[in-house]
Design a protein around this ligand. Structure first.
Ligand code: ZN
Length: 166
């Protein structure tokens, strides 16, 4: 019961105005939801959509390929890379790597937290600030989940992929 509003809720109309304004500013439904303190679904309803057409697939900031299909709750505060482009950016900060791996699996930060046991705040911190101090126990959990590719130093040997050579 620890709400911020004392007794009186902000009117739907004013919430809708705010949501529309944020949406126009390029915010995702999930981001608006966090701002307003409601679910992305609720935001979608607030905006008058059915929640289906409004979500867009996440695209790689470099090659523009779809990273993951439209899904509520999967969002990123900065343009992400697909794993292929990431493989060619060996100097990408860890936060970018983590984000790319997470999105490639279509996971929200919350889901990743639930699956790895790493607190969501920690994941978020790494992804957003790019400067969170990496603790080995955390890194271990993340690598155990994503595989060693998360911390791979060299691009994968594409040319050596099985088969397809004359
Ligand atoms: Zn790409």
């Amino acid at each position: 019961m620890g709400g911020v509003g004392s007794g009186k809720k902000a009117s739907t109309a004013s919430r809708r105005r705010k949501a529309l304004k944020l949406r126009a500013g390029g915010w995702t439904l999930a981001q608006i939801g966090e701002e307003l303190g409601c679910s992305p679904q609720a935001v979608s309803q607030l905006l008058g959509g059915d929640g289906r057409g409004s979500a867009e697939p996440l695209r790689c900031r470099a090659c523009k390929r779809t990273i993951c299909p439209p899904r509520k709750g999967v969002w990123t505060n900065r343009p992400a890379l697909c794993l292929t482009c990431l493989a060619h950016a060996p100097n990408a900060p860890f936060g970018n790597r983590l984000q790319a791996f997470r999105l490639a699996r279509g996971l929200t930060q919350r889901e990743l937290a639930a699956r790895t046991g790493v607190p969501r705040a920690t994941i978020r911190n790494y992804e957003q600030t790019q400067s969170g101090r990496l603790a080995w126990p955390v890194l271990r959990k993340l690598v155990a989940f994503f595989g060693p590719g998360l911390v791979e130093l060299e691009p994968p040997p594409e040319s050596k992929q099985t088969g397809k050579r004359k």
